[in-house]
Design a protein. Structure first.
Length: 413
């Protein structure tokens, strides 16, 4: 499946590449004047301040507040782990740069090539911060459905990309030398680039404590990514993934509307019918699966529940049903790509079927409305007994079998 989504790892890798390019430029070229030197110093301070905000977002402001609020006791001078102590010291040093470069500060074209590289790295880090923030609510907690690597990951795997980027820009040389060559006084250089700054030492100390782990959130994307509606095959894959994710979230909360399950059954029926009529599955094998989906829909039609249906999931299902129409894609090549994507999305459809079957079996929010009764007729049922839930079908929710093996060799689609 083709995906055009930008990941956290891509943003941070590009930012680290831009940071190294800025350092290489300073090592190779002199700064023309004091104004350019001030711009480069401001660009570095802005990048470090952005990295401090990024680290706070990754760790979580609530978690940092709890760590800082824990007071040492007599039996345990510091109950926090060495990783926590090193992280707090590192974050405190980064926070000091936030006062030197206000948030949103930009550099001009006169700042030189190095300032441009570091300004670009700052913009990429800010984008990565916004990407992580989409998985958090306004109070700082994790939203339902957040990947476990972000919600419960250890510090080493969360801060891996950030520590590497800080280590790339933390050295004060050769920036301090270039500033002196450009005409900035020693007092100004010491104020902006102090000799005793411990950022580089604290960064490497933290990296050693965290055992130089690899990033666990490199594949992290937006919590609610946009859908690429330009290509049918890509849109089908992205919407199927979102349908499965939202149904899984409903199952975790334990509240799913029967109308939402009805939407899943509609999608399963259409998917099975497309696989059957397009030749992607054997007709004798796939036709009973399609008939089974019709039976499930017949079972769900009269059922009702208090829980409202998922509007986003219903919109995705409606769009998928629209894409499945033969008249939607006129280009034969696009049709073949769409059919291939529908065939490869069978495991996701089977996973949705399994979740829906499990949720429906455990739900107590499902019933059949009582038919209207004439006011002059006596009610034969006691209160609460006027409507009974229809017994579930004998057969489980249908599943589509694995794709048949293709002949060896090259195929042209």
């Amino acid at each position: 499946m083709i995906s055009t989504r930008l990941t956290y790892g891509q943003l941070m890798d590009d930012a680290r590449r831009a940071a190294h390019q800025g350092m290489n430029t300073l090592a190779r070229d002199r700064l023309p004047d004091p104004g350019a030197a001030q711009e480069v110093v401001s660009a570095r301070a802005g990048l470090l301040a952005s990295l401090g905000r990024h680290a706070t977002t990754l760790i979580g402001s609530t978690r940092l507040a709890v760590w800082r609020a824990s007071t040492p006791t007599r039996r345990s001078p510091d109950a926090r782990t060495p990783a926590v102590v090193a992280t707090l010291a590192w974050v405190d040093v980064l926070d000091q740069h936030a006062t030197r470069a206000p948030h949103g500060e930009t550099t001009t074209a006169g700042g030189g090539v190095a300032a441009g590289h570091w300004s670009r790295a700052t913009a990429l880090v800010e984008c990565a911060t916004d990407l992580v923030a989409t998985h958090q609510d306004p109070a700082g907690g994790m939203r339902p459905g957040t990947p476990a690597d972000l919600a419960y990951g250890d510090l080493g795997r969360l801060l891996a990309s950030t520590t590497r980027l800080v280590a790339a820009v933390a050295p004060t040389e050769p920036l301090a030398l270039r500033c002196r060559e450009a005409g900035i006084t020693r007092a100004d250089v010491d104020a902006r680039l102090p000799v005793g700054e411990r950022l580089l030492d604290d960064t490497w100390a933290l990296a050693r404590t965290l055992r130089f782990a690899d990033s666990a959130v490199a594949d992290l994307t937006l919590a609610r990514p946009t859908i690429d509606v330009g290509r049918g095959a890509v849109e089908w894959g992205q919407r199927m993934a979102r349908v499965h994710a939202r149904l899984h979230q409903h199952a975790q909360r334990g509240h799913v509307s029967v109308r939402t399950l009805h939407d899943i059954a509609r999608l399963g029926l259409v998917t099975s019918h497309v696989l059957d009529t397009s030749g992607r599955r054997d007709h004798a094998t796939q036709s009973p699966v399609t008939d089974h989906w019709r039976t499930v829909l017949t079972h769900l039609d009269p059922l009702r529940s208090v829980e409202p249906h998922d509007r986003v999931l219903r919109h995705d299902v409606e769009r998928l049903l629209h894409l499945a129409r033969p008249a939607t894609t006129a280009d034969p090549t696009d049709q073949q790509r769409l059919l291939d994507t529908v065939s490869t999305s069978v495991p996701l459809m089977n996973a949705c079927s399994a979740i829906a079957e499990r949720v429906l079996a455990r739900s107590s929010d499902v019933w059949i409305p009582a038919p209207p009764r004439r006011p002059y007729l006596r009610d034969l049922h006691r209160p609460g007994q006027a409507a009974r839930r229809e017994p579930p079908p004998e057969a489980p929710w249908p599943r589509t079998g694995p794709s048949p093996s293709r002949p060896a060799g090259l195929t042209v689609t």
